[in-house]
Design a protein around this ligand. Sequence first.
Ligand SMILES: [Zn+2]
Length: 100
Amino acid sequence: MESKRSLKENESGYKLVNYAEEWVWDALADIQRQRPDICFCDKCRYDMATYALNKIPPSYAVSDMGNIHTKIKILESQYRMDLLMVVVNAVEKISQSPRH
Ligand SMILES: [Zn+2]
């Protein structure tokens, strides 16, 4: 039988992580705390994250899960500001025409 194993599979615990995605979820959580007037149901949250992530350059790295939070903290501050503006924009856009 021919092996159908994906090249992605590995026994070392490596994963590809898009750090931009992790940060977008963090930013959404911050905005949610500040804006109780806006709907953050499952559908709206995922629409917001999708909208934002399609506008943000990905920032992939190889990681085991333990490394994620360290890497998030060392993002450059300018990059964080740019990300935050995109996420705020996504929240406004989705909350104006929610699909829930
Ligand atoms: Zn909603």
